[in-house]
Design a protein around this ligand. Sequence first.
Ligand code: FDA
Length: 312
Amino acid sequence: MLDATAKALFHGLAQVPTLQRLASRYGMAPGTGFARRFIAGETVEEAIAAVADLPSKGLLLTLDYLGESVGSAAEASAAAAEYVSIIEKIVASGVERNISLKLTQLGLDVDRATAVDNMRRILEPADANGFFVRIDMENSPYTDATLGILETLWQQGHRNVGTVIQSCLKRSPDDIRTLNGRGIRVRLVKGAYKEPREVAHQRKSEVDAAFVELMQTLLDEGTYPAIATHDPDMIDATKVYAASKGYAKDRFEFQMLYGIRRDLQLALVNEGYRMRVYVPFGKQWYPYFMRRLGERPANVTFVLKSLFRERG
Ligand code: FDA
């Protein structure tokens, strides 16, 4: 089916080194780079400048220093050090203290202990400065390890940390029940990765139906859940369910990605909902960017148009 095919195609293209080199050269060129619609900058300073006007529009934010699939302990340690420095810069800038990160960026492919150590290095200054830290969810081979590391950190007393659950995965109802039982904050998404049919729903209708069910469980039993989607049907289902139960609008928040459906982001703020924008930045933007193209192949037209504008 089309959804899965597009995801698979862009997943494949993301592995092509020539494309990656070309994209890296042109994608973030000052002013004209085609990736700038989705990526807030290559440095934290650029990202902070790019989101300076969000709070005045009533938007909340979470900053994500892009990176994943790091292959050595040294690279993972460098990523953790970079996050510590980013935390200092966020504090100094006065922007909201909320970050998102990925465990393969912190060494999960090297070994579990490396990822846990690097998480602790980040959580120490994060906790001291009142940050919330969201552990993004990667593809299904990492689900158990991600939830296991979160559990370890939780047992060690870290409370300003949460994670993400993907409605495409068949295991998610069980995971959500466990996380709700602990009081751990969950961001609900559909899932950005190409997953095998043994573990994941393949049809959009199934992923959407699961999303609605999980959203209801989270609103009923979760701790300040985040409903992260650009899909107007999912958003409407959330609003209708919350209203039918008499839940206050600040019992949960909506989240969307930087550069996607800005109109809908502002409309939700105007209706009195909490709306957080996920703001990615950094030099390692290519895999994230390709996932966004795979979700909506129409974005390819947008990229091609920007390329021709630049050269024309
Ligand atoms: P769906 O893909 O069905 O799209 C619905 C509509 O939204 C489209 O018709 C279009 O209008 C718009 N839209 C969606 N994607 C678009 C795009 N790329 N460009 C332009 N318009 C688009 N995934 C994951 O596996 N792990 C994670 O940790 C996270 N984290 C995360 C944080 C936040 C804040 C968000 C919003 C999303 C994620 N995701 C994620 C990604 C998520 O799993 C999913 O791939 C995307 O949100 C796209 O799915 P939608 O729910 O938007 O619906």
